[in-house]
Design a protein. Structure first.
Length: 212
């Protein structure tokens, strides 16, 4: 069981299977604004047709304040799987943030918390834990909710660099972030909160250019 290799493939659309998968997962991110009145912060948001939303409020060279909301794409009555953000335009080599509801393994549990894990993939297999030899990213939760159809986390990400940020503040050139997302129907297999198995992102995935 543990030796099973999952084809955790293809956040990156430019690869071999892109034609058929692009049809299967059309990737039109809709930009919007969302204000969370609990923490009094307004996010620029990008939402996929499958129920994944990423929001960005503040970012600099040390990190950013983000929102990840993940709701059911098909059956609105239940959602147990993981969702993930790639901080770059591909699954490979970029900082990946994987989130899942902690109650997913036990329907009798009422813990409304979201588990997170930083990962990195060097090939199209299950991403490994983010290497500790590099400066470790960290998360501080600002707000979260979980229910049967989805979850949302608002967080400060320290040491999390979003690919494509233009740090030249003098010019007025448009900044473009190149990001990716992934959604899986299934929860990770975990042991004491640590991921043992992370299945393929079979619900949806894609990359997009986030214009700031
Ligand atoms: C919310 O944030 C805005 C902008 O920073 C500020 O002007 C306002 O006073 C804040 N409101 C509350 C209730 O904290
Ligand atoms: C949605 O999920 C519920 C609970 O698992 C199930 O009873 C129902 O048949 C599902 N509906 C569809 C359309 O798949
Ligand atoms: C889950 O929570 C969200 C946000 O509060 C809400 O919009 C949604 O209706 C809730 N779903 C259920 C099944 O309670
Ligand atoms: C940048 O934008 C500001 C305000 O719109 C404008 O005053 C300034 O001339 C612009 N700078 C350049 C280099 O275009």
């Amino acid at each position: 069981m543990l030796a099973k290799v999952f084809p955790f493939a293809l956040l990156f659309q430019g690869l071999i299977f892109s034609t058929s998968l692009a049809q299967e997962y059309p990737n039109e991110m809709v930009e919007g604004k969302y204000t969370d009145f609990g923490i009094n912060l307004t996010f620029t948001t990008w939402s996929s047709p499958y129920g994944f939303t990423f929001g960005l409020a503040l970012s600099d060279k040390t990190g950013y304040t983000g929102l990840i909301r993940c709701q059911s794409s098909t059956n609105k009555s239940e959602r147990k799987g993981w969702c993930g953000l790639s901080h770059g335009p591909s699954m490979l080599q970029n900082l990946l943030l994987v989130l899942w509801p902690s109650s997913s393994s036990s329907t009798s549990s009422h813990q409304n918390t979201i588990q997170t894990s930083f990962r990195q993939a060097t090939d199209y297999f299950m991403p490994e834990p983010y290497p500790s030899s590099q400066s470790p990213p960290s998360i501080q939760k600002l707000s979260e909710w979980v229910n049967s159809t989805g979850f949302e986390l608002i967080y400060q990400c320290q040491g999390c660099i979003l690919s494509g940020i233009d740090d030249d503040t003098e010019s007025n050139t448009t900044t473009t972030l190149n990001l990716g997302y992934a959604m899986s129907f299934d929860a990770p297999v975990t042991n004491n909160g640590e991921i043992i198995e992370l299945g393929f992102h079979d619900e949806a995935y894609g990359t997009w250019d986030a214009l700031l």
